[in-house]
Design a protein around this ligand. Structure first.
Ligand SMILES: [Zn+2]
Ligand SMILES: [Zn+2]
Ligand SMILES: [Zn+2]
Length: 169
């Protein structure tokens, strides 16, 4: 797996050790987050999480359905993947990248942040940042306008380091 979707430590906010588990440890943290909501980590949900983590850029329900259909040699319907992704987002196990209309695995399922995403317009690689001070200011600005913020969506489109250097796809 590539580390294209990666996270930096939070640069501000209440200091806490931001553990970013990977591989089996990440799947275990995702499972714990789901089970803490009384949901079960079924085989299909585990397979969706694994598939999602295998993409090096945000994946749609169709991408995952196609990947699982190939691996399991049976047709997996995108509709059932949508429902699982919705549950994953609600459980902090995955995150929706609005501008890409797709999803990434959350590298910190045990910890909620208003994550900031840097989305490469050329190759699609998406970098993940946590800066609670910026997100907090967005929430405060919304509140000052009398708006009750549910979830700030902070996505920056541009070119990733590889594409900036002339590489990328
Ligand atoms: Zn955290
Ligand atoms: Zn984050
Ligand atoms: Zn790029």
């Amino acid at each position: 797996m590539t580390a294209s979707i990666r996270a930096a430590a939070p640069v501000s906010g209440p200091p806490h050790a931001h553990r970013l588990p990977e591989g089996a440890a990440l799947a275990e943290a995702a499972r714990a987050a789901l089970e803490s909501r009384g949901e079960q980590w079924t085989q299909l949900r585990a397979a969706v999480f694994e598939s999602l983590g295998g993409f090096d850029r945000p994946a749609s329900a169709y991408d995952i359905a196609e990947d699982l259909s190939r691996r399991q040699e049976r047709r997996v319907a995108a509709n059932s993947i949508y429902r699982i992704l919705d549950l994953f987002v609600a459980s902090n196990v995955a995150q929706r990248i609005e501008s890409a209309n797709a999803y990434v695995a959350n590298p910190h399922p045990g910890c909620r942040h208003d994550c900031i995403f840097l989305v490469c317009a050329r190759c699609g690689v998406t970098l993940h940042l946590d800066d609670d001070a910026i997100a907090g200011q967005v929430r405060a600005a919304a509140a000052a306008a009398g708006f009750r913020a549910e979830r700030p969506v902070i996505e920056v489109r541009g070119l990733c380091p590889a594409c900036t250097a002339g590489g990328g796809d």
